[in-house]
Design a protein around this ligand. Structure first.
Ligand code: NDP
Ligand code: 8X3
Length: 251
């Protein structure tokens, strides 16, 4: 049974990916900060798909907690085949000169530093196995910069660079490294970014059929099903009504 480790599995892409991998017989290590959600997901997947699930509650920003959690895995659970490095968020949508520095720190600490801690901790387990697949969740915001996107876009550009760096440095260890850069997807992302303003969050997707969490889960899973000598390095995925960070066809 392959083992897949998914960060940010309490919602959105991570949760949908957990469902997808479990439905395909993967044992799962799932992470998030909200313990109740993580436990409920774990119970559901074990009951529905009869797969082993290990919930690991930690904050990816906490370097020690990340390394303790990964290094503390039993020998069986350390045989990780796939990492979905997904936990992340946007906080605020403000002009550069007006943004809240706490929001900037939260995004840098989560989307860059937490992302790096998880990837390094798990890659250390993959190296001796001489195989593995790391899937980094970037964003269209990691390819282009838009108004009031400033630091969120910068963190996702960092993900783009780190994905390339991992691909190069892990090449000699036979580890596949893939970045998936989604466009607008209707998850809890905008609710978090806009600090719980449900009306403003839903307006982000007005007039278009945005991506769903399941669409991205499908894409993530697909990259893992290719023959072992094939690696998708970088992929941008948007809904049909979005061409890039700027061009939308809202109806
Ligand atoms: P959601 O808000 O639905 O899910 C985010 C997940 O990340 C939650 O499970 C949350 O869990 C987890 N998370 C956030 N901070 C931390 C932390 N410090 N430690 C551990 N887990 C954390 O959003 P999405 O599913 O949409 O977002 C997933 C990823 O996709 C993010 O990296 C986001 O930037 C990216 N993305 C999203 C797009 C979109 O339009 N939705 C488009 C492009 C990229 P918990 O709160 O329980 O810790
Ligand atoms: C999330 C997609 O367009 O809000 O990364 O930046 S967008």
């Amino acid at each position: 049974m392959p083992i897949t480790f998914i960060t940010g599995a309490t919602s959105g892409f991570g949760k949908a990916a957990a469902e997808k991998f479990a439905a395909n017989g993967h044992a799962l290590i799932i992470n998030g900060r909200r313990e109740d959600r993580l436990q409920a997901l774990s119970n559901k997947l074990q009951e529905q798909y009869h797969v082993a699930v290990l919930p690991l509650v930690f904050d990816v920003r906490d370097q020690q907690a990340v390394f303790n959690a990964v290094q503390g895995l039993s020998a069986e659970w350390q045989q990780i085949d796939i990492l979905v490095n997904n936990a992340g968020l946007a906080a605020g949508r403000d002009f550069f000169n007006e943004a809240d520095l706490n929001d900037w720190n939260t995004m840098v600490d989560t989307n860059i530093k937490g992302f790096m801690y998880v990837a390094q901790a798990v890659s250390k387990l993959m190296v001796p196995l001489k195989k593995g697949h790391i899937i980094n969740i970037g964003s269209i915001a990691g390819k282009q910069v838009y108004e009031k996107g400033n630091v969120y876009c910068a963190t996702k550009h960092a993900v783009d660079a780190l994905n390339q760096a991992m691909r190069i440095d892990l090449l000699r260890h036979n580890i596949r490294v893939t970045a998936i850069h989604p466009g607008a997807a209707e998850t809890e992302f905008s609710l978090v970014r806009l600090k719980g303003d449900a009306k403003a969050a839903s307006e982000v997707y007005t007039g278009m059929k945005a991506l769903t969490a399941e669409d991205i889960a499908e894409t993530i899973y697909w990259t893992t099903t290719l023959p072992p000598h094939v690696c998708v390095n970088d992929m941008i995925v948007t809904c049909v009504q979005q061409a890039d960070a700027f061009y939308y066809n809202r109806v």
